[in-house]
Design a protein around this ligand. Structure first.
Ligand code: LCS
Length: 393
């Protein structure tokens, strides 16, 4: 079905659909590594690009294609490339867009391995990096050098829940001939569309909101420009970080309910954040739906709703935070986020443990910070669970 001028929810359900032999209502899984050519000339024409068709699943596959079309449509991009994991997308992005002698400017508080990969492997390959607070636009301007090629931003950031003004950040980047890539994992395209705000590339860990059911890992890059899209696709094909057809089928199934899942989780998150902010044992709460958040106004402007991720500190610091985490029973004590189930975790010792202590501290990832991913359970139960755990401190 042509979903070009249709609404976001219609695209969630129907974008990427293709006609199939038996009229199956869902996209079939083409679980095959390779595709037979009709003749030697046909095979040669496919490799040469003179004819369109499938060759080999690392290069392209109909089920994977269907997901890529849907994601490109949801983010208003030219094309999408999907990966075996979010980190497959991160490493392919760096490899495709940066070479020895180049420089990247990035948010200091990003997913730990996205930063560690740059500060270890890519540093050894001769790529320089500067990690700053991208919510401060002056810092972006100051960090850009003549050899800067990429501005890489997470908004909201993992795990500090800080926002960057994407419209203004893209203007600064483009003024200096720098491309803006945005990790949109914490928002999902339902809440925020970076390409519409001026970004050039969007990244997702599909593991999170887009799949939404904690049963696969996956990643995606979506580009606005055909040439950048081609470069990302070529790099993925060489590095072999491709998605599997069954994985793609799972994401196609999961993403169909993105709007209603996120809407319910946001409703819950607002109530959980208010509960935490008013609790005497809580020291601070970072959630852009609270007036106390420094970018409360930016969140209203840039995002459809303030998201489902909350970070907070418990009075009594790390020790008290650990007592809380050990005593919640409804929320799983687990990394990952953006699924239907509530999750709680401790970034300094878990998701961001790969960062140097100084890097964590300068990024505002304090030892006391606890991260909560609000699910779609009954909110009274989520709050009761937190309340009971807080009584144990
Ligand atoms: N980008 C962000 C913002 C992430 O949060 C993650 C994973 C990735 C990229 C990488 O995606 P993956 O390879 O795991 O699909 N974030 C995780 C987290 O906060 N807890 O566990 C994984």
């Amino acid at each position: 079905m042509d979903t070009k001028n249709k609404g976001f929810d219609t695209k969630l359900i129907h974008s990427g659909d293709f006609e199939n032999q038996f009229g199956a209502a869902v996209t079939p899984i083409y679980q095959t590594s390779t595709f037979a050519f009709k003749s030697a000339n046909h095979g040669a024409a496919l490799f040469d690009g003179k004819e369109k068709g499938y060759i080999y699943t690392r290069i392209a596959n109909p089920t994977i294609d269907a997901l890529e079309h849907k994601l490109a449509d949801l983010e208003n991009g030219f094309g999408a490339v999907v990966f075996a994991s979010g980190m497959g997308a991160v490493s392919t992005l760096y490899a495709a867009m940066l070479k020895s002698g180049d420089h990247i400017v990035s948010s200091a508080a990003i997913y730990g391995p996205s930063r560690s990969l740059m500060e270890t492997f890519f540093k050894d390959f001769g790529v320089a990096s500067t990690f700053i607070d991208t919510s401060n636009l002056d810092e972006i301007e100051k960090a850009i050098r003549p050899n800067t090629k990429l501005l890489y931003v997470e908004t909201p950031t993992n795990p500090t829940i800080s926002l960057t003004d994407l419209k203004k950040a893209s203007e600064i980047a483009h003024k200096h001939g720098v491309l803006l890539a945005v990790d949109n994992t914490f928002s999902s395209p339902y809440l925020q569309k970076p390409l519409d705000l001026g970004a050039d590339i969007v990244l997702h860990s599909l593991t999170k909101f887009i799949n939404g059911h904690a049963d696969i890992v996956g990643g995606a890059l979506i580009a606005k420009d055909p040439e950048i899209y081609a470069r990302l696709r070529k790099t993925m094909t060489y590095f072999g970080a491709n998605m599997d057809p069954h994985q793609a089928y799972m994401v196609i199934r999961g993403v169909k309910t993105l709007s209603i899942r996120v809407e319910r989780a946001v409703e819950n998150a607002i109530k959980v954040a208010e509960f935490l902010e008013n609790h005497p044992k809580i020291a601070w709460v970072a959630y852009p739906g609270l007036k106390s958040h420094p970018q409360y106004e930016l969140a209203k402007k840039q995002m459809k709703a303030p998201g489902t991720m909350i970070s907070f500190g418990v009075k009594g610091g790390l020790k008290a935070g650990k007592t809380l985490m050990d005593n919640v029973h409804l929320a799983l004590l687990a990394v990952s986020l953006g699924g239907v189930e509530s999750l709680i975790q401790h970034p300094a010792s878990m998701t961001h443990a790969s960062l140097r202590k100084e890097a964590r501290e300068s990024a505002g990832i304090s030892d006391e910070l606890v991260r909560f991913s609000v699910g779609i359970e009954n909110v009274e139960d989520i709050i009761e669970d937190l309340d009971n755990a807080l009584k144990m401190i």
